[in-house]
Design a protein around this ligand. Structure first.
Ligand code: PMP
Length: 445
């Protein structure tokens, strides 16, 4: 039941993630702010789910959406293509600025983008006559989506536990998590044991059975912006190449400028063979996501069956693709990635200063405007909060009550892997607004 009286006029039959909780009813948004039906104002300190990257109700995007709606909103992908869909595919390819072209396949959610990436990887090997390479490797501590295939790849206890009996049993690779190194080592002396663990996993499962390895460039929902050390992805790329395994980058959260580069992997100068994009592609203005595959991956498919055995009714519809194009053009025109870099550093410094004076902030990490904060009961020993404290939930709820939205990043039930939030405001945030955000967070903590 709602904690506040008089908000709900009639019984709502909407299924909410947690039915017993109070959810404010949003009425409108404006830039980095959201407003509910009691008139309360919120700083959108996490762009919803690290999604609304250019802020709310941007007039240029609304105009582009209206213009497309006046032409045509929907055509079926097996009957027509459309100018915005073709233009968006070319735009994404040009943003990648890679040696080879990347082809786009549009879907409606990040989970579907990951599923499509998995299928493209498996189909790639099939079209080369290899029907044994069917497994996809992933890391523990990761989130790749909620559908059964994508969830099978996700190292996320809370989301898996109810369905674990029907998930695909794919092999897992060690997490990359310097703050709590699974090998009890320190960078750089560790010589990247976590990356080397990919090789061990490949040898254990047999490279002849593995189609691909998937990873989020910076771990998001499952860990709170856990950022790999330098050299990690270069090593991952080298191991994948040596064992003839495709590398899939799940850039659903990190893609399209969020980390201060257009794509997360750009920080390490590495290209994946297949990419999953979502969230920021249309910044939440419409549902759209994409799987991108390199020329190398596409070649046997184009020369073979010449079709991708995937797709959804709404895939590549003109309304969504036109909206995504407008969003990407706005990001480029307004030089928002540069803003993410500059203001991301400012935010990081502010949060580090907050951590220096806090009894419960163990780690502050991330890149650009994707900053994770991990809470601990003892900063010296890194001891997590004991079971039942639910520190993340308390912080998220109390920050919201004070008018600030932050994103819970918790893969476990509690304790390590359970106690982090992500601060990821829209790219248009100003330094003054960052000061306001940090002030509310400080009060909350
Ligand atoms: N991959 C990553 C890295 C994500 O962060 C998410 C969403 N949090 C997904 C996949 C799934 O995307 P969606 O919720 O749009 O299905």
């Amino acid at each position: 039941l709602p904690r506040k009286e008089g908000i709900r006029l009639k019984r709502s039959l909407l299924i909410k993630p947690m039915m017993n909780e109070y959810y404010p009813t949003v009425t409108h948004g404006d830039g980095i702010y959201l407003f509910d039906n009691t008139g309360k104002k919120y700083i959108d300190g996490c762009s919803g789910a690290v999604t609304a990257s250019i802020g709310h109700t941007n007039p240029e995007i609304i105009a582009a959406m209206y213009e497309q709606a006046n032409k045509v909103s929907f055509v079926y992908r097996s009957q027509f293509t459309s100018e915005p869909a073709e233009e968006l595919a070319n735009k994404l390819n040009s943003l990648l600025n890679a040696k080879e072209d990347y082809w786009s396949f549009f879907v409606n959610s990040g989970s579907e983008a990951v599923e499509t990436a998995m299928k493209i990887a498996i189909q790639h090997w099939q079209e080369k006559g290899n029907y044994r390479k069917n497994k996809i490797l992933s890391r523990w501590i990761s989130y790749h989506g909620i559908t059964i295939g994508a969830l099978s790849l996700s190292g996320h206890v809370k989301r898996r536990e109810r369905f674990v009996h029907i998930l695909e049993d794919y092999p897992v690779v060690s997490p990359v998590y310097c703050y709590r190194c699974p090998f009890n080592q320190k960078y750089p002396d560790c010589q990247l044991s976590c990356a080397n663990d990919l090789e061990t996993a490949i040898e254990r499962a047999g490279a002849d059975q593995i189609a691909a390895f998937i990873a989020e460039p910076i771990v998001g929902a499952a860990g709170g912006a856990i950022t790999p050390p330098d050299g990690y992805y270069q090593k991952i790329r080298e191991i994948c190449d040596r064992h003839h395994i495709l590398f899939i980058a799940d850039e659903v959260m990190t893609g399209l400028g969020r980390t201060g580069k257009m794509f997360g992997l750009d920080h390490w100068g590495v290209r994946a063979d297949i990419m999953a994009l979502g969230k920021g592609v249309s910044a939440g203005y419409t549902p759209i996501a994409a799987a991108l595959a390199s020329e190398k991956v596409m070649e046997p498919i184009l020369n073979g069956s010449n079709s991708i055995m995937s797709g959804h009714t709404l895939s590549a519809n003109p309304q969504s693709t036109a909206t995504a194009l407008a969003v990407i053009n706005f990001i480029e025109k307004s030089k928002l990635v540069e803003n993410v870099q500059e203001n991301g550093e400012y935010l990081l410094q502010k949060l580090q200063a907050l951590a220096a004076n806090s009894q419960i902030i163990g780690d502050v990490r991330g890149k650009g405007l994707m900053i994770g904060i991990e809470f601990v009961s003892d900063v010296k020993t890194k001891q997590p909060f004991s079971s039942g404290v639910q520190i993340t939930k308390k912080i998220v709820d109390q920050a919201r009550d004070k008018g600030l939205l932050v994103y819970p990043a918790s893969a476990g039930k509690e304790g390590a892997q359970g106690d982090a939030v992500i601060i990821s405001p829209p790219f248009i945030i100003t330094k003054q607004e960052i000061d306001d955000l940090v002030a509310v967070l400080k009060e909350t903590i």
